[in-house]
Design a protein around this ligand. Structure first.
Ligand SMILES: CC(=O)N[C@H]1[C@@H](OP(=O)(O)OP(=O)(O)OC[C@H]2O[C@@H](n3ccc(=O)[nH]c3=O)[C@H](O)[C@@H]2O)O[C@H](CO)[C@@H](O)[C@@H]1O[C@H](C)C(=O)N[C@@H](C)C(=O)N[C@H](CCC(=O)O)C(=O)O
Ligand SMILES: Nc1ncnc2c1ncn2[C@@H]1O[C@H](COP(=O)(O)OP(=O)(O)OP(=O)(O)O)[C@@H](O)[C@H]1O
Ligand SMILES: N[C@H](CCC[C@H](N)C(=O)O)C(=O)O
Ligand SMILES: [Mg+2]
Length: 484
């Protein structure tokens, strides 16, 4: 594509050279450049991509996009200056792939918790009415039945546009994607045409990145400034803020407050949730296979989006019932001895609180909670989660999540600070496998063992290595022959 065409819609200044040249493709990592590419120099948190400009030119790139002139490039290739390289990268990728999001119905879901779950609920409804669906999110990316591995909840703009383009080529009609706050702040989703944006909730997480809840809230709100239509949770404290930011039509949902879409008479069992749904002066009955009040909120967001996609309510309700849960979200494992474990991805204070309250609604015996907190992530949530776990459980085992570059024991001790404020008895067992075995050994009939934080993850990340680790495998192993 011609460089000038690639830059359509981007504000820029030419520092040197002529833009009437052909470029093969866009690259923002100097380690991956090939001859003929245009290299975008991104100012990173770890390193400054401008440092690699000269190396990229040596390796054959034909032009550079930068925020300031990199060293050693004088007179060599055309250099274009932009204010924000990540933003330019996104719009260049949109141009390169010929605006794929405009060729499909794209639904974006943002919020601290419930994004993955909501996307899969919508997928179930779309599957039910026979649509070919694309999914982009934490667990995996999907093109119809094809599963693609992913490392990030919301990919970098270039990979994202490439994926959307593949979806167009493979006849996907609807895309449901998680839109993380990082992606909104770092321009990964710039230029995507969202038909619908959904707001699930806003509670503490990612303060390592956003620093304040105010910044975190602002980042999330960008989705509603762009989406043509928005579906907003009015029971959340930030709901009105998101509604005010929304520039298009808003469909609101709630349980406690007045809203367009309302749930009442919620009944929770170990097997699922039932509720009455009120919409357009009519009442419907909805059954979900996941227990918990929070599941009702995820369903309401999904129902709202499906209504805006003009899917009849009867199909929506049947489609939701066809969803039998999401990997690593409230996944139950039962023992013949009358106790059960629940593997869940709760990794935020609010997520953990919800899951423990849900378990309390149906547990006949004790709640034994096994959990930890990830390294290199928001440290301030550690004692808060310790306190929540202590208050919601009868016994806790504090263990490792993904320690990443941190010392596992230091993380355990930081969680313990909150746990100590509660009367809950607990132990610290750094090895997650041992912790799960210990929890299983102490369970008696009626008890519920909550294994929180890693859900679908099949790995554990340490300073020097990443190992295979799967909570579901571990608990099945721990239950042994008694596992149902
Ligand atoms: C905080 C954050 O999001 N960081 C992202 C950011 O990294 P960075 O700024 O530190 O990158 P850097 O290493 O300094 O490099 C700067 C630039 O130099 C380039 N480079 C670097 C080295 C080199 O030799 N040559 C070279 O060209 C890099 O390709 C990059 O373009 O830009 C990188 C390139 O796009 C991302 O990979 C990286 O995601 C990191 C790995 C990450 O872990 N992100 C997490 C926190 C994240 O995004 N999480 C959310 C989940 C939220 C949720 O689910 O709740 C997500 O959407 O996944
Ligand atoms: N609506 C909700 N409100 C509060 N907690 C929820 C809600 N939905 C799910 N949870 C809890 O949060 C966990 C993660 O859910 P889910 O994966 O759907 O969220 P997510 O927003 O995609 O998370 P991530 O930011 O890691 O991608 C669940 O396992 C559950 O414990
Ligand atoms: N998307 C979240 C997931 C956290 C999951 C938890 N297992 C951890 O590793 O901290 C994050 O990257 O902060
Ligand atoms: Mg997710």
């Amino acid at each position: 594509m011609e460089l000038q065409k690639l830059l359509e819609g981007v504000s820029y200044k030419v520092l040197q050279g002529n833009l009437s040249i052909e470029v093969e493709k866009i690259e923002y990592d100097s380690r991956k450049v090939l001859a003929g590419d245009v290299f975008v120099c991104v100012t990173g948190f770890q390193v400054d991509g401008h440092k690699f400009g000269a190396k990229a030119v040596e390796n054959g790139v034909v032009a550079l996009i930068c925020e300031h002139m990199p060293e050693g490039i004088d007179g060599k290739v055309p250099v274009v200056q932009v204010e924000n390289a990540r933003e330019a990268l996104a719009f260049m990728a949109v141009n390169y792939y010929n605006r794929p999001s405009e060729k499909m119905h794209v639904v974006g879901v943002t919020g601290t918790n419930g994004k993955t779950t909501t996307t899969y609920l919508i997928k179930s409804v779309l599957d039910h009415i026979g649509k070919k669906v694309g999914v982009i999110g934490t667990i995996e990316n999907r093109i119809g039945d094809k599963i693609l591995h992913t490392e990030r909840t919301t990919p970098e703009s270039k990979e994202l546009q490439e994926l959307l383009d593949t979806m167009v080529k493979e006849d996907v009609s609807h895309v449901v994607m998680e839109v993380s706050s990082h992606s909104l702040d770092l321009h990964r989703v710039d230029g995507i045409s969202y038909e619908i944006g959904i707001f699930t909730n806003l509670t503490q997480d990612h303060l390592d990145y956003h620093k304040t809840m105010e910044n975190y809230k602002e980042a999330k709100s960008k989705l509603f400034q762009r989406a043509k239509k928005s579906v907003i949770n009015m029971d959340d404290a930030a709901g009105s803020f998101m509604k005010d930011k929304a520039t298009g039509q808003v469909l609101s949902f709630a349980v406690d407050n007045a809203a367009d879409l309302q749930a009442k008479d919620i009944e929770i069992t170990a097997e699922g949730t039932d509720f009455s749904l009120f919409w357009d002066e009519k009442e419907y009955h909805v059954h979900l296979s996941t227990p918990g009040r929070f599941s009702v909120y995820n369903a309401l967001g999904a129902i709202g989006a499906c209504l805006l996609l003009e899917i009849p309510m009867e199909d929506i309700i049947t489609g939701l019932q066809e969803n039998h849960g999401v990997t690593g979200r409230f996944q139950a494992v039962r023992s013949k001895k009358g106790y059960q474990a629940v593997v869940d991805y709760a990794h935020t204070p609010d997520g953990l609180d919800n899951i423990l309250k849900t378990a309390r609604e149906f547990a006949k015996g004790r709640i034994i909670t096994i959990f930890g907190c990830g390294g290199d992530r928001d440290k301030t949530k550690r004692p808060i989660m310790g306190e929540i776990a202590g208050n919601g459980s009868d016994f806790c085992i504090i263990t490792s999540d993904n320690p990443r570059t941190e010392d596992p024991l230091t993380i355990l001790n930081e969680v313990e600070v909150g746990m100590k404020k509660t009367p809950c008895p607990y132990e610290k067992v750094a090895d997650r496998g041992e912790a799960i075995l210990k929890g299983a050994k102490m369970a008696k009939a009626g008890d519920v063992i909550i294994i929180a934080g890693k859900g679908h993850e099949t790995y554990q990340i340490f300073k020097d290595c990443t190992i295979h680790f799967d909570d579901m495998e571990e608990i099945r192993k721990a239950f042994g022959e008694d596992c149902l």
